[in-house]
Design a protein around this ligand. Structure first.
Ligand SMILES: [Zn+2]
Ligand SMILES: [Zn+2]
Length: 326
């Protein structure tokens, strides 16, 4: 028997012992093996035998609907090197074990384009960014004009079916602003993996990747923006230049409010604005025209939706009582 024939005769048996690997086809012209660790961490390994195999390495091609082409090309280069190293010996089983380990040790393979965006489009020179490749963790301290948010993003095993976990480690933004920012991060993450609250059983809903959504929001919409943002009324920077002088007392005139639309105002400025006529149609944000409501200054969209749902439930309860009594 040729060395190829010998290798193929025991292939199915050997591959069946490797977790999450299955032989799809096993011919001297083409061998295909599927490795499926999660819904997205999966790849088909296609191998062809060159002339004078095994003294020359297998010809490998990777196919995946869930891993980006650029990443697949990079992986092929890594695997080619490994095959070159072991040439002279049977290579398929070794390759499949190697690919399987590679997938386990590189959880970012399923979101390599998102990670590239974070590394090359978001991170500035003042930032520090560490990517823990094997554990799927990003440590990111984003800085703008002496203000910073230091946070950690962890990729779950079943990404992107489950959203990333984002934890704030340290920051010098005002605590109330951070409460709103954190609320918005959570809501954006939830929306990536759960259907809208008003259509909880929508069959068309599919989870979407959340890494870029979360990091983009924290870095671009918060860290880069808020230290430079001006109060729309007095036109001075809403936050003080020195984070140490951030006002923590809510009754202080210079206390900074982030209103529902996301714009910042000093307490004194927004109070004066709200007291001034005209009042018809409700007061609107000077910048974006969205309605300003006292009691909604600090609440997240999710909380607003929850409150609305509670309100509706309460109305239904009252209706039931009225029905019962009448
Ligand atoms: Zn102001
Ligand atoms: Zn606004």
């Amino acid at each position: 028997m040729s060395s190829v024939g010998e290798e193929l005769s025991t292939l199915k048996d050997k591959i069946s012992k490797i977790p999450n690997a299955d032989v799809i086809s096993c011919h001297p012209s083409l061998v295909q093996i599927k490795i499926r660790q999660t819904d997205h961490r999966q790849v088909n390994v296609c191998c062809q035998f060159p002339e004078s195999y095994p003294s020359r390495p297998l010809l490998v091609e990777l196919k995946s609907k869930t891993i980006a082409d650029r990443m697949l090309e990079g992986m092929v280069k890594v695997f080619d090197q490994e095959l070159l190293r072991i040439s002279g010996q049977p290579q398929i089983v070794h390759l499949v074990r190697f690919v399987s380990e590679f997938l386990t040790n590189n959880p970012f393979v399923v979101c390599s384009e998102e990670l590239n965006h974070v590394k090359h489009k978001l991170a500035s020179e003042a930032d520090t960014l560490k990517v823990k490749r094997k554990t799927g963790v990003i440590l990111y301290k984003a800085t703008q004009n002496s203000y910073f948010i230091d946070f950690r993003v962890a990729l779950p095993d079943d990404y992107p079916n489950q959203h990333v976990r984002l934890d704030i480690k340290e920051t010098n933004f005002p605590p109330e602003l951070m409460t709103v920012i954190t609320g918005h991060v959570m809501e954006r993450l939830r929306r990536c993996v759960e259907p809208p609250l008003n259509k909880p059983t929508d069959p068309a809903f599919e989870p979407r990747p959340s890494l870029r959504v979360a990091v983009d929001y924290v870095v671009t919409e918060c860290v880069r923006k808020y230290p430079l943002e001006k109060c729309s009324i007095c036109e001075l920077t809403a936050l003080p230049h020195d984070p140490q002088s951030v006002v923590k007392d809510e009754n202080h005139p210079q206390y900074v409010y982030r209103i529902y639309c996301g714009h910042l105002y000093h307490r004194k400025c927004i109070e004066e604005y709200l007291k001034k006529p005209p009042f018809n149609g409700g007061k609107k944000c000077v910048i974006c025209g969205e309605r300003v409501a006292h009691d909604k200054w600090n609440i997240s969209p999710r909380l607003a939706e929850q409150r609305w749902a509670q309100h509706q439930a309460r109305l239904r309860e009252i209706d039931e009582v009225v029905d019962f009594l009448s």
